[in-house]
Design a protein around this ligand. Structure first.
Ligand code: MOS
Length: 749
């Protein structure tokens, strides 16, 4: 690999004082005081309110809507149905790339899933629109719904956003046949619904041929392109503003049908329109995590080493689109084995199209693989940690590529030490607490790829010595507004207080998407490059000017720090940014930077973050109530921009792991195809009482290859490893292997 250049920081760059600081969220005060304006908080003059009517059947046709009754209701302005829906420039069912989500925009009377929008009522008030929607009283021609994992089979070529559906290294069948021991187990994971705290909402305002949209978005540039295509507009006529999101988790990556319908409604009535989903409406048109049934076959040698891993996933997609959960892919990465095979098959069922949901594939796959690895350790007669170390992958198993960096051993060591794993008895059902509760300890390995996308940013230095850094980044609550500003300030050698950081709007440079745990790396690198470029311009001004103390120091000899350029060879000689600009007669200087798509090392190295999660559960032996009482995770994810925010991200992921193991499940009625628990009363997510003692250890890791800043990303890894650790702890407490998630008290009876 010696021909692969190691990325090196630009010569005048030096990590300044902002990166690495545990700052609180810069928007925190606004949020806790109600000052942060979310999409639905916008109320332009003349605003009308739109409410969706959604299908209560999963398959069939709408035969009648009582539009007259709805229109007769006081305050109702109009009702949008297939017959009067404004024309679109492209077919909502057309898909020209994998990053398009087919939409339900009242194109006909078909119903493809329960919860599908079938009409939009527009009124002077939200209440009138809600009542109007009720008065539509739809009737249907109903066909038998296909639910769960019982539908028409299909075997796609690609999974997720485009990975191969099938992959293999070595000869799995031969290895299994020659193994000292084999085990086979089937794991089931349910449909889950993203349910961010902020339901999807849109305020759409047509201003002549311009369109202004306030809506939460994890991908502003993609949103603009989607709207441009549907409405036949050029992108410059569209402004999407998304300064704050109340969570996204993948469901706000693509504009949903509901958001586009809000824009159509505004067009129909030629007034600004607000459309916000109700909580139950979040269970249908905005994506979900698909259910899976995963079969794992594992071969073991006499020495306790893995000989083969065969990971086969059956999942479900909708009848009209093809996203599906790439659950088996986790087995490409984690454990060394001479033979590995992964495959995916799917069935088409009558649901909304599934979508990326926090750690798509890795979360579902990890809970199965980590459970199976625990069974394999037991079969081999080894401690689960010892077993994992024995099967540690020094190179990425399926590809054979070296890792750009991998501090997983350190994660195991530090997490185990902190948790006290060495005291764990091997045998299950051997620990009790002082109240007689069964106690179990389990562990799981966490991993998530270090992805990067493409992004751009703009940097400005002004003659007053301040700076402006901007990119259309997205803050879902994860702290992008803070972490990216820290990177931005260091990139131009200024204290954060001297930098205006702009993000969250589509008229800023394209920051790519906030997804795949790649936003800090992607948008951060764009900011870094923009900073590098503007400092280089400033350095040119100074080093070519005889009046500057920097005269003669060429670009490679200059450092930007604390608002000054300094000679690298003699840091006592330098000049303030403002002085350089003023002498040149400039009020400001600016440059742009780009990131992504240019790292040759990505072809030659496997790039992943890693972690180890240790869980304690306590179980009432009579009532079978299960509580996670303690979680310790140790994670290595390259450079940590802001340890406070990273810890918070990891906590959020780990809590979701608890949710995956013990709480969350969207239950579909087999007759109607409806999600019967589509609200927060019945769709269980952890509340404070369910959150155990949490610790997240940030394990030191340096990576010169992943990107110039060494960032791997932390948004999703916390959910991986954790669910399996909890399932394994339940086995350790009770001696029962439970393979259907979520695990419920009844499963222990
Ligand atoms: Mo995420 S599922 O990439 O928002």
């Amino acid at each position: 690999m010696s021909d692969i250049p190691t990325l090196s920081a630009g010569s005048h760059q030096r990590h300044g004082s902002n990166i690495g600081q545990p700052l609180t969220r810069r928007d925190g005060l606004l949020k806790v005081t109600g000052g942060a304006r979310y999409a639905a908080d916008n109320n332009p003059d003349g605003l009308l309110h739109a409410v969706l009517a959604v299908a209560s059947i999963a398959r069939g046709r709408v035969t009648h809507l009582d539009v007259e009754a709805a229109k007769a209701h006081p305050g109702v302005v109009d009702v949008m149905v297939p017959g009067n829906r404004p024309a679109l420039a492209s077919d909502p069912d057309e898909k020209s790339n994998p990053f398009m989500f087919r939409l339900d925009l009242l194109q006909n009377d078909r119903v493809r899933y329960a919860g599908q929008p079938i009409a939009v009522v527009i009124a002077e008030t939200f209440e009138a629109a809600t009542e109007g929607a009720r008065l539509l009283a739809p009737t249907y021609e109903t066909e038998q719904a296909r639910t769960g994992l019982e539908g028409e089979p299909f075997a796609p070529e690609k999974v997720g956003a485009g990975n191969a559906a099938r992959a293999q290294s070595g000869d799995v069948e031969a290895e299994l046949a020659g193994s000292a021991r084999t085990l086979e187990a089937v794991y089931e994971t349910p449909a889950q619904y993203h349910n961010a705290m902020e339901p999807h909402a849109v305020v759409a305002h047509w201003q002549g041929d311009r369109l202004v949209i306030d809506t939460p978005s994890q991908g502003l540039a993609m949103a603009v392109m989607r709207v441009a295509g549907l409405f036949g507009l050029t992108p410059d006529k569209i402004l999407v503003r998304s300064p704050f999101l109340g969570g996204g988790f993948g469901s706000k990556g693509f504009l949903s049908s509901a958001q586009i319908l809000g824009i159509l409604a505004a067009k129909l009535v030629d007034r600004p329109v607000k459309l916000a989903l109700t909580r139950p409406q979040m269970f249908g048109p905005v994506g979900h995590r698909a259910p899976t049934r995963q079969t794992l076959r594992i071969g073991l040698g006499q020495d306790g080493k893995l000989t083969a891993i065969d990971h086969a996933t059956l999942t479900a997609s909708s009848t009209f689109d093809d996203f599906f959960e790439p659950a088996s892919d986790i087995s490409h990465t984690l454990y060394a084995a001479p033979a590995i095979r992964t495959s995916h098959e799917a069935v088409r069922v009558d649901t909304g199209t599934p979508l990326f949901m926090r750690a798509p594939g890795e979360a579902t796959g990890s809970i199965a693989l980590e459970s199976a690895i625990d069974e394999a350790a037991e079969t081999a007669g080894l401690d689960p940690l010892e077993f994992r170390l024995k099967n540690y992958a020094e190179a990425e198993p399926i590809s054979g590529l070296p890792f750009s960096s991998k501090a997983l051993r350190e994660c195991y060591e530090q997490g185990a030490a902190r948790f006290g794993w060495a005291d764990r008895p091997r045998e299950p059902r051997t620990m009790r607490d002082e109240n007689g509760l069964l106690v179990g300890w389990g562990m799981g390995t966490a991993t998530f790829p270090a992805l990067m996308f493409e992004a751009e940013a703009r940097a400005v230095i002004r003659a007053d010595g301040s700076g402006v850094m901007e990119t259309g980044a997205h803050d879902m609550g994860q702290g992008a507004w803070t972490a990216l500003a820290q990177i931005a300030a260091d990139a131009i050698g200024l204290d954060l207080t001297r930098v205006t950081f702009n993000a969250g709007s589509s008229d800023l440079p394209n920051a790519g998407i906030a997804g795949g745990s790649g936003h800090t790396a992607t948008a951060g690198m764009a900011l870094h490059k923009a900073g590098e470029a503007v400092i280089a311009k400033l350095a040119d001004l100074a080093t070519e000017d005889e009046a500057s103390p920097l005269f003669g120091a060429d670009n490679v000899g200059v450092i930007a720090r604390d608002g000054k350029l300094l000679r690298r060879d003699d840091e006592s000689r330098g000049e303030a940014f403002g002085d350089i600009l003023k002498r040149a007669g400039l009020s400001n200087i600016e440059a742009r930077g780009k990131a992504g798509g240019d790292n040759a090392a990505r072809e030659h190295y496997a790039m992943h973050a890693h972690g180890a999660v240790f869980a304690e559960v306590k179980i009432d032996p009579d009532l079978c109530q299960i509580r996670t009482t303690r979680l310790v995770g140790a994670f290595a994810a390259g450079r940590i921009i802001n340890p406070r925010l990273v810890e918070s991200q990891l906590f959020g992921g780990m809590i979701w792991g608890v949710s995956f193991a013990l709480h969350e499940e969207g239950i579909q009625d087999k007759r109607s195809g409806r999600i019967v628990n589509g609200d927060f009363g019945e769709y269980h997510v952890p509340v404070n009482a369910d959150v155990p003692s949490l610790e997240a250890i940030l394990v030191h890791e340096e990576d010169q290859l992943v990107n110039l800043l060494g960032i791997k990303g932390v948004g999703e890894i916390g959910i991986t490893g954790t669910g399996g650790a909890i399932a394994n702890a339940i086995w350790h407490a009770t001696g029962k292997r439970l393979r259907r998630f979520p695990i419920r008290p009844a499963d222990l009876l």
